[in-house]
Structures are given as structure tokens and as C-alpha cells.
Design a protein around this ligand. Structure first.
Ligand code: SF4
Length: 171
């Protein structure tokens, strides 16, 4: 109603939303629900954290809502279950840390980390780069096709290498 009555951009933000994890959940619910209703022109995520993490949090909200297009890295991880054959929780944390450390989160690729070869290949095929975990190894998928088996210790270096190569194609 307000947007119909004036030309001012509408700014969304939750002040004092808290520490990283709590603030991200609150901001996702508060800002995200309004954005999904088509309300909001600018956002500010306010966290008791380094301001760089506030910007990153806003990007994650846009990314999750599909509002950013594919302008950033999209990570799909399986939730793990009794079939999981690799240390997926550690791998996903190390992957996240590595892409942030290298500034690779802006590369517009989709990466899937899946824990088994029963249900993992489906998602891994849909991603630009994906892995489906086996015992001590993983099947690596590249642009929808199974590429090769790699040792579990090689998963992170192989994925990072592929993402770095993708930068030159997007520049
Ligand atoms: S992809 Fe495999 S390991 Fe991951 S949740 Fe699904 S069945 Fe379990």
C-alpha cells in the first residue's frame, strides 16, 4: 500500500537481532518473509559481528530466496543419514571456510556435497560440480556427468580447483 502511494525505496532491517546464528535466523524469517511478499528495495542485516558477515548474511538470504539469480556460489549439502559414507559435516565446514578465505563465494556455480552413492548422484548431477560419497572416496560429477573417482582427501582440493577455473569463464 505504501509503495503505491510514494516513490521512496522501502528499507528492511531487524535491529539488534543478535549474534551470528541467532541474528541470521531472525533476519531470515523477518526480512525473508517480506521479500517473498515482494516488499522491500534495500536490506540491512544487523548482527553483533564483523560487518563483513552482515553483508554475507544478506547475500545468503537473497541466495536462499532465489532473488540474486546465480550471482553467487550455491552450496547444496545432504543432511547426512545412516547411509553417509564420508565425513560430510567436516567437509562442508572446511569447504565453507575455504571458499570464504579465497573469496570464491561470488563465483556463480552450484556445488553439491552428498554423502552416499544411493541418493547422492541425483543432486550431484544437477550441480555444476558434485560429489557422492563412498567408503574413503567419492564419485566426482562435473556438469552433470560422472567424471572420476577421487580419494576422500582429494574432494576439497578438486572442488576448489574447479571453482577457481570457473572464475576465468565468468570474467
Ligand atoms: S544423500 Fe545419501 S547420505 Fe545424504 S541424506 Fe540422502 S541417503 Fe543419506
Amino acid at each position: 500500500m505504501l509503495a503505491e502511494r510514494c516513490d521512496y525505496p522501502i528499507h528492511l532491517g531487524l535491529t539488534e537481532s543478535g549474534t551470528l546464528e541467532r541474528g541470521l535466523v531472525k533476519s531470515s524469517a523477518g526480512i525473508g518473509s517480506l521479500l517473498l511478499d515482494g516488499i522491500g528495495d534495500t536490506v540491512r542485516v544487523s548482527l553483533t559481528e564483523d560487518p563483513v558477515k552482515e553483508v554475507d548474511a544478506a547475500r545468503q538470504i537473497f541466495n536462499a530466496l532465489g532473488l540474486e539469480g546465480q550471482s553467487g556460489l550455491k552450496l547444496i549439502c545432504c543432511p547426512t543419514c545412516g547411509r553417509t559414507r564420508i565425513d560430510l559435516i567436516s567437509l562442508s565446514h572446511r569447504f565453507d571456510s575455504a571458499i570464504r578465505a579465497e573469496g570464491l563465494e561470488r563465483v556463480p556455480v552450484t556445488v553439491a556435497l552428498m554423502g552416499c552413492i544411493v541418493n547422492g548422484p541425483g543432486e550431484a548431477r544437477e550441480a555444476d560440480f558434485g560429489i557422492a560419497g563412498g567408503v574413503g572416496e567419492a564419485l566426482f560429477f562435473r556438469h552433470g556427468e560422472p567424471d572420476r573417482k577421487i580419494a576422500e582427501s582429494e574432494i576439497l582440493p578438486v572442488l576448489l580447483d574447479e571453482i577457481r577455473k570457473a572464475i576465468s569463464k565468468t570474467e
